[in-house]
Design a protein around this ligand. Sequence first.
Ligand code: AGP
Length: 609
Amino acid sequence: MCGIVGYIGQKKACPILIEGLRQLEYRGYDSAGISVINENGIFTAKSAGRVQELENKIGEKEVFGEVGIAHTRWATHGKPSDKNSHPHGDCKNNISVVHNGIIENYRELKDFLIKKKHKFSSETDSEVVAHLLEEFSKKMDFKLAVFEALKLIKGTYGLAIINSREPEKIIVARNGSPLVMGIGDGEYIIASDTSAIVRHTDKVIYFDDGEVAEITRDGFNVTNIRNKNIKKSITTLDWTVEKSQKGGFDHFMLKEIFEQPETIFNSIRGRYISTEGNAKLGGMEGVIDRIRKVEKIVIVGCGTARLAGMVGEYMLEEYAGIPTEVDYAHEFRYRKSVIDEKTALIAISQSGETADTLAAVREAKEKGALTLGIVNVVGSTIARETDAGVYTHSGPEIAVASTKAFTSQLAVMTLITVLFGRQRQMSLVTGQRIIRELDQIPAKIKKILSDNKEILKVAKKYHQYENFAYLGRKYNHPIAFEGAIKLKELTYIHAEGFASGEMKHGPIAMIDGNFPCVFVAPRDSVYEKNFSGIQEIKARGGKVIAIATVGDKEMAKVADDVIYIPKTLEMLTPILAAIPLQLFAYHMAVLNKKDVDKPRNLAKSVTVE
Ligand code: AGP
């Protein structure tokens, strides 16, 4: 997700735009830029790096003009660079556009425009908007040109547009990406969210999908893309800047947990062909033949990322029939791992900068392996150094504790499993079934999130305990470890993950009434074994918090507390089971008055070995 800002009023636009970008930097911070209309046309400055780099680039230059737009980027198409930064202009620099969202059909639009002799200067999807407007405004009023362009665009957008031929207005449009407008005294500030507005006014209008607004100093007019007028109500804000950046949530972590229906949707959108029961991963197309020859897979990562790989191991072996092993990236480097050109190394990393994981990638490349990345940050080092890969499109993950990035890693792992599997023994029907179920995951996550208050109740009951065991088996064995790491890193409470079958080989000796067990036990192929394991714990006076499948009444008779998740394919239960464990750890941290978004001793990206 990116941040866009626009200003039209009596004041110089540049400082207001820069300040707005600063407030939106948490939405994306790999590059930034501004465009301001002045008597010579449109002044544009843009730069890779944070907003400070943009300010340095503008330097002492006096930027005149009271109408402008600005953008801070979270790259999705095209690596972070000066030329890929927004705003994007048309061929003659009469039009400037900033965009938040993903244009799914940008390639065909770009081809159409190149045939019309348009010259592109970036690798982004967003630039097509400026050239579409240039093309259509050759033969119609600019606002009508905006409508025509929007009718062609498939995907999501929050757009702000300026045109030097109509210097006294800004046009904005929303579809799928947030857009809000602050109403000042003879001035208007448009932004992706209210954190860039609250300093200027508390009167705002929230735009809805399909709406277009033409804004001048004297007022604004809102229509749909068929130019039908729409009446908008004005809201009075009572939020601080900080509250705005968190979208009204108390912490970034909670906001990011609640973003997961959307981030899972974004991680799978346009990445499968239902009729063929197959995945369509653009970032893997260049190595599709090498993938066919892969005979062994090694998955590396650190912390939560590695646990996503552990789930992937079960997926790949069951559905692609490929021998798979998972290792800590920081251990892989010291092993004499048997890898060669028939091995694929999958590196999983939210930041794409984890030094240990990067070192493992380099080691594997040295040995001729095919290196693939599952990375969130576009243009990050691991993304650039792996031979191919798939971005998770989770948007910036600000909280140190990884939540939405983790579940998106699992979703992408599922697609990669389908891609590998369908080249081998996976049937069309199986591929279609997996894809159909994956498609329903966002809605199922929403259902779990609606039980947040129930999960808080459970956390209140247990927040003073000092030791926890997390248990799971098969696909949810890694989720037991993920639940434990969440609790540890957020509350500093001792929590240990176990494969549930391991308990009777020693760890169960620890269990008593002061050592609660969180047991991930959905209705799956190992349910009975887990159910017995829960009974063994209960028989020793242990307390059990079970993560169970909706409707499992038997579990409610045995466990002390049950948090339910909807039914899904066994291989997809980890995505659902992770959600209550994230919320449980979050509430435990709040109840224990910890710094949820920035736990002690930790960094968001561990770039040292
Ligand atoms: C997860 O909650 C932790 N913050 C940590 O384990 C993290 O997953 C690990 O450091 C790997 O980071 P990466 O995904 O950016 O490589």
